[in-house]
Design a protein around this ligand. Structure first.
Ligand code: PPE
Length: 307
């Protein structure tokens, strides 16, 4: 059991005991994957616990819901407050936060609009996503035979539970082949993203990352890293990346709420750059963690303190 089950979960506006946060077996979400969710982190900074980019995450949750015509019956402000309350009531200082909204129990059939929209917020301690040593040593990845969803099939910009069936296929294939993680290509064969991370590449001191049109989730960590890189006067280009660029890159790394900034040391068993964390990757990691530790100024207003 990965969870400490003694905590409380915010469920449809109320705090319930961990084990009481259940849904009916005939809920729409179980049969048709009708859910949207977020992954957010709270860090125990030197100035106290703070949630990283709370506003942007809640906004993305509501945008994911909007794409699926799902109305969450709270304002974004109310939902954000509920997130802060959930962390406090569980007496956590550093944690992973998992809000979700889904179509509940009323009837079955593909048409979803007669089912109620339910929502929840759970928090728990979640350590390093790709292993303890990953942040320093880097991970070994393989390019998946599974592509990211083609345009006009499933909306990649919605963080919907159903998109993660695609991610699961890629992740299972990667692990079966003894990789830590998968990189997926888009419909055109260009680099898209990992099963749960965005990807960055460094070549000749220029930073590249695929654009939104490459079938990816517009990651909030991705956005943060672009901002930090520009602050370091590094050139960042959002452009399509052909697969072979992965092999000849000087540095590669993943970004994500769970994965944070994780270097990639090999792709398809081909060593990337020096085979260990690159210089620019380290610089960006340092900047990123300095904000999360509260060591450097939160110049962009990314932290919401619990107080
Ligand atoms: N792409 C995908 C497919 C993705 O799932 C994530 C986050 C990202 C990019 C990065 O987005 P952001 O967190 O805003 O920087 N994946 C979440 C879920 C991981 C999971 O295993 O669950 C996360 O990192 O919380």
């Amino acid at each position: 059991m990965a969870f400490d089950e003694s905590g409380k979960i915010w469920f449809n506006g109320e705090f319930v005991d961990w084990k009481e946060a259940n849904v009916h077996a005939l809920s729409h979400v179980i049969h048709y994957g009708s859910s949207v969710f977020e992954g957010i982190r709270c860090y125990n900074t030197k100035k106290g616990p703070a949630v990283f980019r709370l506003k942007e995450h809640v906004e993305r949750l509501y945008n994911s819901a909007k794409i699926y015509r799902m109305e969450i019956p709270y304002t974004q402000e109310e939902f954000s407050q509920a997130i802060l309350e959930t962390i406090k009531i569980n007496e956590l200082t550093a944690c992973y936060i998992r809000p979700a909204a889904f179509r509940g129990y009323a009837e079955l059939g593909v048409y979803p609009l007669n089912c109620p929209v339910e929502s929840l917020i759970a928090v728990w301690a979640w350590g390093k996503y790709l292993g303890e040593e990953a942040l320093e040593q880097g991970v070994d990845v393989g390019v998946s035979t599974w592509r990211r969803m083609a345009p006009n099939t499933m909306p990649n910009m919605a963080k919907a539970g159903s998109n993660y069936m695609n991610s699961q296929l890629a992740k299972m294939e990667a692990v079966t082949n003894d990789y830590d993680e998968a990189i997926m290509l888009d419909y055109h064969g260009m680099v898209s993203e990992g099963s749960g991370e965005n990807i960055f590449l460094v070549k000749d001191n220029v930073i590249f990352t695929p654009p939104r049109a490459s079938s990816l989730l517009a990651g909030i960590t991705r956005d943060s890293i672009i901002t930090l890189a520009e602050g370091l006067d590094l050139e960042v280009r959002e452009e399509e990346i052909p697969r072979e660029m992965l092999y000849i890159a000087d540095e590669l790394f993943f970004t994500g709420t769970a994965a944070e900034v994780t270097p990639i040391r090999s792709v398809d068993r081909i060593t990337v750059g020096s085979g260990s964390r690159g210089e620019i990757t380290k610089k960006l990691q340092d900047r990123f963690f300095a904000i999360l530790n509260g060591e450097s100024d939160d110049a962009n207003g990314w932290l919401t303190f619990l107080k």
